[in-house]
Design a protein around this ligand. Structure first.
Ligand SMILES: [Fe+2]
Ligand SMILES: [Fe+2]
Length: 252
């Protein structure tokens, strides 16, 4: 299946998977109008919506899309059920849509019931792992978030990371503040800045292989991270993750 992204709101993306028969799947439609407009333009027939979590910038468009395309299936975790979900998904579920298999990963931390959908080579991870960063942790669920981003990072290197926000540049600036001499981060920052300067370009999707190099939240077991954060050497990877996440909370 092929991938298309539609920018909405301030910095969200709605992802669409479509096939040669003009059927498509919509992931996290925070708005309806730009999505319906695009579908009409391309003559795509949506068969399903996938929801990752219960935040309005991911679910706000569902109601109107269902009204417009009443036959559509809406998949989502229990926390999203009030948004017209007719297929509740749970950890470990395998969903078959348009002859493709979607694995449901339970990825809490940003919300209590957040899920991600993996259909090789794509991972739709909502507000869990971002390019160069990770989602905000609510309700103090740092361990859950730490484990969730590890699940996503354990996917094959060529997995295409389809996260929901364009936060990459700001995440890389944060990383460069602490690791000003990190060659991978510096090079990636230059590349992304160039991409973003071209009209209509975005930094996404990313690849898991890049994230392992440039995302500090996936490098919390490295000694240099502890050193530059001024942390004690005996802290474990999870403790470093918490310190890093808290620093980021007050960064932007
Ligand atoms: Fe969110
Ligand atoms: Fe979001």
């Amino acid at each position: 299946m092929m991938l298309k992204k539609i920018p909405i709101l301030v910095d969200n993306y709605v992802w669409i998977l479509y096939n040669l028969q003009n059927f498509c799947i919509i992931i996290d439609p925070g708005l309806s109008e730009p999505i319906i407009k695009e579908l009409e333009k391309k003559k795509w027939q949506p068969v399903a919506i996938l929801l990752t979590h219960d935040h309005i910038d991911h679910t706000g468009g569902v109601k109107k899309i269902i009204e417009y395309f009443p036959k559509i299936d809406v998949f989502g975790p229990n926390e999203t059920k009030r948004h017209g979900v007719n297929k509740i998904v749970n950890k470990g579920d395998k969903i078959f849509i348009l002859n493709k298999i979607f694995h449901v990963f339970f990825t809490p931390g940003h919300t209590l019931g957040h899920v991600s959908y993996y259909s090789n080579p794509y991972i739709f991870c909502g507000d869990t792992l971002f390019s160069g960063g990770c989602g905000r942790v609510y309700e103090d669920k740092h361990l859950e978030m730490y484990n969730s981003i590890k699940i996503i990072a354990s996917l094959p290197n060529n997995t295409i990371l389809c996260c929901s926000h364009e936060y990459t540049l700001s995440n890389l600036k944060f990383a460069m503040f602490f690791l000003p001499n990190d060659e991978s981060i510096n090079l990636y920052f230059k590349k992304i800045k160039k991409r973003l300067n071209n009209f209509g370009k975005s930094s996404l999707p990313s690849f898991i292989m890049f994230e392992k190099k440039i995302n500090l939240f996936l490098r919390t077991d490295e000694k240099c991270i502890k050193k530059y954060l001024g942390l004690k050497n005996n802290l474990n990877s999870f403790e470093v993750f918490v310190k890093l996440r808290l620093k980021k909370d007050f960064w932007s």
